[in-house]
Design a protein around this ligand. Structure first.
Ligand SMILES: Nc1nc2c(ncn2[C@@H]2O[C@H](COP(=O)(O)OP(=O)(O)OP(=O)(O)O)[C@@H](O)[C@H]2O)c(=O)[nH]1
Ligand SMILES: [Mg+2]
Length: 230
């Protein structure tokens, strides 16, 4: 009992002064409207409010503190826009990512079929060792007979890409933490992954042309952030 209390106090103290065992970067991708922002808002802000739902423009960013064992990690989560017109911007956000969470809507077959492209993008733009997690969202709607993608199909696709798999609902809160916790646990548990991503140079495809310094300031801010947050 005394030991447990001592440990809890130590962990609380570490979290309060902000000393981290490491910083983990996650990127959330998937077609527009599948529920990426709703899931992230519930996990980071403990909030579910469909009235606030608007399509993400460009990119959004949230930070969460997470204990793995008794080690505190800072988790930076990038919420990308599913809309096609923002895809060229989003490519730069894979830089330095340790994990990619791919989301589809279990009531929207098209969003599931789109995943081939999303897996392709994730593998092209991030490091070869990045941890992948596939998430079937809006699980609450299955009870109303709206399911268009079975759990087995989702799991099989995840396995074929070596990804972790969960079905979740931001509305009921079912499994909403699992994709984030599971991905971070696998990242931390993969020897050398945190260091390997830090050492990886920027892929040529993601380097900015001179003109981009004027036309895409949002990318510069993101790259600067990535460098600072390490
Ligand atoms: N029933 C139900 N609706 C959900 C759930 N998650 C999200 N939604 C709704 O689905 C719609 C789209 O959700 P968003 O989170 O904005 O989708 P997104 O993937 O971020 O979309 P983009 O930002 O355009 O890429 C909103 O109306 C949400 O309220 C869920 O778990 N259950
Ligand atoms: Mg969004």
């Amino acid at each position: 009992m005394y030991l447990a209390e001592g440990r809890d106090k130590r962990v609380k103290a570490i979290l309060e002064v902000g000393e981290w065992a490491g910083t983990v970067k996650l990127v959330v991708i998937g077609s527009s409207g599948v529920g990426k922002t709703a899931l992230l808002r519930l996990y980071c802000d403990h909030e579910w409010d469909p009235r606030l739902a608007t399509s993400t423009i460009g990119i959004d960013f949230k930070t969460k503190r997470l204990l793995v064992g008794d080690q505190p990690y800072k988790v930076n989560i990038f919420d990308t826009a599913g809309q096609e017109r923002f895809r060229t911007l989003s490519a730069s956000y894979y830089r330095g990512a340790h994990g990619v969470i791919l989301v589809y809507d279990i009531t929207n077959r098209k969003s599931f079929l789109d995943l081939e492209g999303w897996f392709q993008e994730a593998k092209t733009c991030s490091t070869e060792v990045v941890v992948l997690c596939l998430v079937g969202a809006k699980l609450d709607k299955a009870a109303q007979g709206e399911r268009q993608v079975s759990t087995e199909e989702g799991r099989a696709l995840a396995e074929s890409h070596g990804a972790i798999f969960y079905e979740v609902s931001a509305k009921t809160g079912e499994n909403f933490r699992e994709p984030f916790v599971g991905t971070v646990q696998r990242i931390v548990g993969t020897p050398g992954l945190l260091e390997a991503v830090r050492r990886k140079p920027v892929p040529d495809a993601l380097r900015l042309n001179r003109g981009d310094y004027y036309t895409k300031p949002i990318i510069l801010v993101s790259l600067l952030h990535c460098c600072l947050s390490g």
